[in-house]
Design a binder for this molecule. Structure first.
Ligand code: UD1
Ligand code: CA
Length: 455
């Protein structure tokens, strides 16, 4: 059975007051529309995903180029029925058509699947919800037998209908052999002068097509976003859901309300995360890792047993097991730490590999460097990697000891077991096991007196 999925995303979203099309506003670091496409992909069988775009169409398409969807343009927003009708040429031959909204981002694939199965290519299946405050939404009108007769939009509803609390979520599955006929018969003679997708329900009833319904597990799934306030509310609900999933899988969150997961995050068992931590992008964290408060970790993998101390920033890095980072460390793109590396406070590392057991403990910049195993980099060391035009490489071999406040002027190689004297400016390679001294020799001036204040 081929089910096509039509995602409506042409609306303006004027209440967002934004230059960005509404469906590109993000929940947990991903555009709302992307959440819906991902859910759709999970239930997609042989069918196509069609996305109806209008306002900011080019921007929307450009933001999600990686998805093999059929972009359909709706140049004028004449209603949800009109929007789905724009996709009709692509839908032809589908057994069922599932309609979802690009601004209802947390719909679950399991719920979409439920509707698809309820439709089964022959019935009209509606996702309804019962809400304490149904205002603004389409009401589900049933007869005395409890069978669905129609959906009446809020603006067209009678007083009696306004009292109904069962509402249309907008998400529905329609039989492929009827959808074209129904959409072509829609009229816009209603309060909003729009072509309502919801009018297909009364058409189905009139011709004897069975109308069935399902309800979502959580109301969060069917909440739409029309304003930044609603966006923030859904963000919180989504973060709470993710936090609960992680805790269920054996992660300790010191406060599940004060950690944000924005991306594809994998956390091992007995990971502990303190407050105000942000994990972004593709992040994989091994068992028993501790992340102290205030860390930002983006596109990173952190090996088992490592500790990331407070206020460290890790961006596009690979950290192996049992490392100890921070507090206040900054690991920039291209940093790779082997097992048992120690990086201390106010250390910045960029595009460098640090070998097993090495220590870079305080106030140091390591850039474009290859650091071996069991190296000790003293406080205040700087790899002078940039001559103002080009970047050059520093090699520090196994077992080397870099004295405090060394400037290593790249390109330069420090040999195995070599030492640099504190305060050296090292401009030449230091051979294995030798001491490199690159500083003025100290002299003491006998009889020198401090200046005295003149009047
Ligand atoms: C619609 C339903 C209503 C339901 C509500 C749930 C209709 C007529 N009404 O209301 O029963 O309770 O959703 O939120 O279907 N869109 C387009 N092109 C258009 C019009 C809309 O792409 O021409 C898109 C919007 O961007 C949005 C979605 O369709 O993603 C729903 O549109 P919206 O105007 O929010 O829905 P309502 O008409 O208020
Ligand atoms: Ca709406």
């Amino acid at each position: 059975m081929r089910t096509d999925i039509v995602i409506l995303a042409a609306g303006q979203g004027s209440r967002m007051k934004s230059g960005l099309p509404k469906v590109l506003h993000k929940i947990a670091g991903k555009p709302m529309l992307e959440h819906v496409i991902l859910a759709a992909q999970k239930v997609q069988n042989s069918g196509t995903i069609h996305v109806v775009v209008g306002h900011g169409a080019d921007q929307v398409k450009a933001a999600l180029p990686q998805y093999p969807v059929n972009w359909v343009e709706q140049t004028q927003q004449l209603g949800t029925g009109h929007a789905v009708a724009q996709a009709l040429p692509g839908i032809e031959g589908a057994d069922a058509v599932l309609v979802a909204y690009g601004d209802v981002p947390l719909i679950k694939s399991s719920t979409l699947k439920l509707l698809m199965e309820a439709c089964h290519g022959k019935d009209l299946a509606l996702l309804t919800a019962t809400m304490a405050d149904p205002s603004g939404l389409g009401r589900i009108v049933r007869n005395q037998m409890g069978n669905i007769q129609a959906i009446v939009e809020h603006k067209d509803a009678s007083l009696e209908q306004l009292a109904i609390h069962e509402v249309n979520t907008g998400i529905m599955a329609l039989p492929g052999h009827r959808i074209g006929i129904w959409l072509n018969n829609l009229s816009d003679s209603n309060a909003q002068q729009e072509y309502y997708l919801t009018d297909t329900v009364a058409m189905a009833v009139a011709e004897g097509t069975t109308v069935v319904h399902a309800q979502p597990e959580h109301l969060t799934e069917v909440k739409g976003v029309n304003s930044r306030i609603q966006l923030a509310e859904l963000e919180r609900e989504y973060q709470q859901q993710q936090a609960e999933q992680f805790m269920g899988a054996g992660v300790t969150l010191m406060d599940p309300a004060r950690v944000d997961f924005r991306g594809n995050i994998t956390l091992g068992q007995d990971v502990t995360i303190d407050i105000n931590v942000v994990l972004e992008g593709d992040v994989t964290i091994g068992n028993n890792v501790v992340i102290e408060s205030g860390c930002v970790i983006r596109n990173a993998s952190i090996g088992e047993g490592s500790t990331i101390k407070a206020h460290s920033v890790l961006d596009n890095v690979v950290v192996a097991g049992h490392c100890d980072i921070g507090p206040f460390a900054r690991l920039r793109p291209g940093t790779e730490l082997a097992n048992h590396v120690r990086v201390g406070n106010f250390v910045e590392i960029k595009k460098s590999a640090i070998g097993e057991g090495s220590k870079v403990n305080h106030l140091t910049y390591v850039g474009d460097a290859e650091v071996g195993a069991n190296v000790n980099v003293g406080a205040g060391t700087v790899t002078c990697n940039y001559d103002g035009v080009n970047k050059h490489k520093t090699v520090i071999s196994d077992g080397a000891f870099i004295g405090t406040n060394s400037s290593l002027v790249a390109p330069v190689t420090i040999g195995e077991g070599a030492t640099t004297a504190a305060g050296s400016t090292i401009t030449q390679d230091v051979p294995n096991n030798e001491l490199g001294v690159g500083r003025g020799r100290q002299r003491n001036i006998n009889g020198w007196r401090r200046p005295v204040k003149q009047f």
